[in-house]
Write a protein that binds this ligand. Structure first.
Ligand SMILES: Cc1ncc(COP(=O)(O)O)c(C=O)c1O
Length: 503
């Protein structure tokens, strides 16, 4: 069956309130956004599809017209209708387009769906300025492949159900790594291997928050944490960030009784600032006085380009209130789906039980391979090599941006880039960053809009920073030459695109 023929199996509900053309429009849009109907796929002629679905031809024409108007389809009458080129697959768009299930979800299930994750996915080959992504061109696939093959050859593990906390030798070497590189106070028994830090955040939200409990998040901040908090039916409390990180005194003033605070102290997402020592101490003092928990997300601190590496917030914790999370997504790559958390001693058992309940533990062979990768010195070599390469990539992006700022006369301002794999660039004229990012994608650039990182009306209100428009520009995923070419194109598009308004 040709892929577009699958449209003939769409079932339309003649008794539903929603018009038939609209049902068809949603179904086709979903198929496009989910990638089921790829760019360039020809859709069935309207007359044929109408016959197969048992509806009028006008219904099909209306659906196709709507999809054409929105840019999902292209073509002309008589010459065929095709899925448009250059559409960006996006989990958010795919979800919005999904039909509502006829039988209701549970209250919990509805909270999961309403969590409004808007988590980004990566689509296609890396292009300038993909963010959330390391340079896959630098990954030693040959070494990894050799280590993994050796594990398959020797297969001396029992290959049955294992400790849900993870492969013991991996927990040992991660504990040693975190103690020396991040000052984390832990032993291996506190390290739990997770499916990325996303799972650690989910487990923390589920274990530590009851419905209605308040949780501080940074504003602007990481969507990957607000989603599990909403799913746990917690009240998400945005606390503004300035150049010293989360403004703890505002959190205390507005939401003193919160049960949990989530922070990215080493490298704030998305603004890139580092939390000052004063703020760290204030946050720890508040948590100690309120019996609250702090989740420290230390997602990319391996990469610091000026000054000495910073110790973690957890290293200052004297009352056992910090849950520390880390990931291999930046140092190795996100699709590996390996991360870890370090639980305070009193929470270890709860986290291990929750992990067991969820998936009984992460796949064993990648964990073994990673342990070998670390023990045999490849991990530290890879960090050193990528740190040097990213420093060069970062310098080429910052040089281009500096030159651009001069020519663009105050249109953009450049955020902190002392650490991590991206830099935030603000639009001083408040132009619509989401529309700009879509346009840039059509022209071959991958830029992420900044405004969605700011809190929306979902959580508790209070005075919040105005959503700032701008872009997140990743510099690690592609080599300097592509970054420089990308910067030239970015400047051209910024000068051509409509300024002001939106956001
Ligand atoms: C703040 C933050 N935490 C964690 C992660 C990594 O998440 P994961 O380990 O689930 O891939 C990211 C990825 O972009 C991030 O931006």
């Amino acid at each position: 069956m040709h892929i577009a023929d699958s449209l003939t199996t769409i079932s339309l509900d003649t008794t539903a309130k929603e018009p038939l053309f609209r049902q068809l429009y949603v179904a086709i849009r979903t198929a496009i956004l989910s990638g089921q109907l790829g760019a360039g796929t020809q859709l069935p002629p309207t007359r044929d599809l109408a016959g197969q679905l048992g509806v009028s031809r006008q219904t099909i024409l209306n659906a196709y017209d709507q999809l054409m108007a929105e840019g999902y389809l292209s073509g002309t009458v008589g010459k065929g209708t095709f899925v448009a080129q250059g559409l960006r697959r996006h989990s958010e768009q795919a979800r919005i387009a999904s039909p509502v299930p006829r039988r209701p979800l549970s209250t919990r299930g509805a909270a999961f769906v309403a969590a409004n994750t808007r988590l980004n996915i990566h689509d296609g080959r890396a292009r300038a300025f993909r963010s959330g992504m390391p340079g896959i061109d630098l990954f030693p696939f040959d070494v990894w492949g050799r280590l993994e093959a050796r594990r398959w050859r020797r297969h001396d593990h029992h290959f049955g159900y294992d400790d849900p906390a993870g492969y013991a030798p991996l927990r040992e070497c991660l504990a040693a790594y975190l103690r020396t590189s991040r000052g984390v106070q832990c032993d291996a028994s506190q390290v739990i291997i997770t499916s990325g830090s996303q799972q650690a955040l989910f487990l923390a939200a589920m274990l530590l928050l009851s419905p209605g409990d308040r949780a501080w998040v940074e504003d602007p901040g990481y969507r990957g944490v607000t989603a599990p908090l909403h799913a746990a039916q917690a009240a998400v409390c945005p606390v503004p960030v300035d150049s010293d990180g989360m403004q703890v005194s505002i959190g205390i003033e507005r939401f003193p009784d919160a049960r949990l605070a989530y922070v990215t102290p080493s490298h704030q997402l998305p603004l890139g600032v580092t939390m000052s020592l004063q703020r760290r101490l204030e946050l720890l003092a508040w948590a100690a006085s309120r019996q609250a928990w702090i989740v420290e997300d230390d997602y990319d601190s391996e990469y610091r380009y000026s000054g000495p590496p910073l110790a973690s917030l957890q290293s200052l914790d004297r009352t056992g209130c910090v849950i520390y999370t880390g990931t291999l997504s930046k140092v190795l790559f996100p699709a590996l789906r390996l991360g870890y958390l370090v639980a305070p001693v009193e929470l270890v058992e709860a986290f291990v039980q929750a992990k067991a309940l969820m998936d009984r533990g992460c796949p064993i062979v990648p964990q073994m391979t990673l342990a070998d990768f670390i023990v045999e010195g490849h991990f530290s070599r890879h960090i050193k090599r990528t740190r040097d390469a990213y420093a060069e990539r970062r310098a080429s992006l910052l040089d281009s941006l500096d030159a651009m700022t001069g020519r663009m006369k105050g249109l953009i301002d450049i955020g902190s880039a002392d650490a991590g794999l991206h830099v935030a660039v603000g639009f001083c004229d408040g132009r619509n960053d989401q529309a700009f990012s879509d346009t840039a994608w059509q022209h071959g650039l991958d830029v992420r809009p900044l405004s969605p990182y700011f809190a929306t009306g979902n959580g508790l209100s209070g005075q919040r920073p105005e959503p700032r428009s701008g872009l997140l520009l990743g510099f690690a995923a592609v080599p300097p030459r592509e970054l420089r070419q990308g910067a030239r194109l970015l400047e051209k598009l910024l000068l051509e695109s409509p300024g002001l308004q939106g956001g």
